[in-house]
Design a protein around this ligand. Sequence first.
Ligand code: SAM
Length: 339
Amino acid sequence: MPANQPPVDPAIRLQLLDLLAGFLRTQALHTVAVLGIADIVGDEPVTVEQLAAQVQADPSSLHRVLRVLAGSGVFSEAAPGAFVSTPLSGGLRTDAPLSVRHMAMFQGSDTYLAAGQMLRAVQTGEPTAEMVFGMSFFEHLASDPDRNACFNQAMAGGAGARAAAARDFDWNRVSVVADIGGGNGSVLVGVLGAHEHLSGVVFDQPHVVTAAQPVIEAAGLTERCAVAGGDFFTDELPAADVYVMAQILHDWDDERSLTILRNCRRSIAPDGRLLLLEQVMPDGDTPSYAKLLDLIMLVLLGGKERTESEWRALLAEGGFELLEITPRPATNLIEAAPA
Ligand SMILES: C[S@@+](CC[C@H](N)C(=O)[O-])C[C@H]1O[C@@H](n2cnc3c(N)ncnc32)[C@H](O)[C@@H]1O
């Protein structure tokens, strides 16, 4: 190690200290999301005392959290101790389509605990969920209906963007589409709602697909959309012309992903299509949310985000040819055909 290093520039110190405080922003967002503060704060200033009374919190502590968030544009302190909404705080409203509220609730609790052991994941190459929860991540979700519901709502918050990307596929020659690992059905409902000639099936774990029925009913799609409970590693998948898998393969390492892909390959129509809605990891230093999501996969599941060439190779090994990748807001439409 070279001797006589120059002292760290104070500006660099401050920059690093600010980066280090990222965990506090996560917890501030988590706190206001759990308390539902964004549902209360609107265009008219509301005081921290009024807010605290409504959500049963301590006014002074709530103020300290809100002013940190306001520094990042989440809420604005319009007058001392009184806050108004901003576009970013609006994204935390429960009733906003594409809401991030449940994701903030989830990331600040379960993901946060697993990420707290990231060092162990890096040392061992294993996800930390087992160590933190005493079981795998999906078993942990299954063990508590409230936690499972929160995760499903967190996923459904982003499903609108994935459904929008899937809607753009040319569905003209398709009759039946199956959403494998379709969660509460939000992605498939978005596709079927836009293409009246399609019928579909949501396939997910039995305790998860129960949440799809009300979503399908609310969209008036009971005639065209079925649900099927099962395990995509071991069970035969519903027959379909097109399989959609939205944020499924990023949950799993290559070996587990290949098991799922080969299962799809066995049941898909010979001229069918596989549509993945996933991140494509950019090369180099380009800042990208995919790189952060990749770390969530590392700690929760041992999964990963993949580069274009990694997607191509994985699909080929699983019996599919990658045809096209279309970048879409917040996701990519990856189209593949049976090879
Ligand atoms: C990251 S979520 C994606 C949900 C949905 N596709 C979306 O885009 O919002 C992963 C989904 O995989 C499902 N899943 C996990 N293990 C499964 C298994 N063995 N068989 C079937 N589904 C499974 C989970 O229940 C969950 O709904």
